[in-house]
Ligand binder design. Sequence first.
Ligand code: GTP
Ligand code: MG
Length: 206
Amino acid sequence: MDFKNSDTIPGPRTEDRLPHTAEAAVKIVIVGGFGVGKTTMVGSVSEIRPLTTEETMTQAGIGVDDNYGSASKTATTVAMDFGRISITDELVLYLFGTPGQERFWFLWNGLFEGALGAVVLVDTRRLEVSFDVMGRLEERGVPFVVAVNSFPDAPRYAVSELRTALDLPEEIPILDCDVRRRASSRDVLLTLMRFLHSLAMKGALT
Ligand SMILES: Nc1nc2c(ncn2[C@@H]2O[C@H](COP(=O)(O)OP(=O)(O)OP(=O)(O)O)[C@@H](O)[C@H]2O)c(=O)[nH]1
Ligand SMILES: [Mg+2]
């Protein structure tokens, strides 16, 4: 009788293994409105092959789904994105990207469970969506930083103008990013970690 030779079963990819030095794992959520670049961010920064739940956007979604920018966008997240990045040898972040379509927002509550912090991705062409998003994080007590994903045709604002427009207190970091670039996405996560650290030092983390 033939048996499958175990040598033919591929082992885990080297980068899929958690570094043996890892001591702390932290859950971070990436949130924001439809098409703001959440999946792109998780994909650009993850050191493992990201898990995505992208579904093709079809004619059936017309009138139901958000369609902003849909000319160039053909897929949307229906459940979540998942990725991982080691910030240091000891600290590993698990990244969870939320769906942006409003009809899937009920999934957010589960994704927020146990999250230490969040990145709110903002598109300056649609600032109004960010209020809902930030409100939900505030309700759940999840601290966040705001990262403006700079699309080429999006209006540019000074940080102080954005702070006023988004009604954000002085201590919440706001920064520009290009989620397609790994270094830029990593900078956003480092800013969030520094912010969480400063909150922990003040005893403001629950
Ligand atoms: N020009 C430009 N395009 C970008 C940028 N970031 C993302 N994109 C593109 O914008 C589209 C939207 O990105 P996604 O990552 O799918 O956005 P999302 O927030 O996950 O979308 P949903 O899950 O549907 O809410 C993709 O086609 C990206 O390649 C950017 O900084 N500049
Ligand atoms: Mg997505």
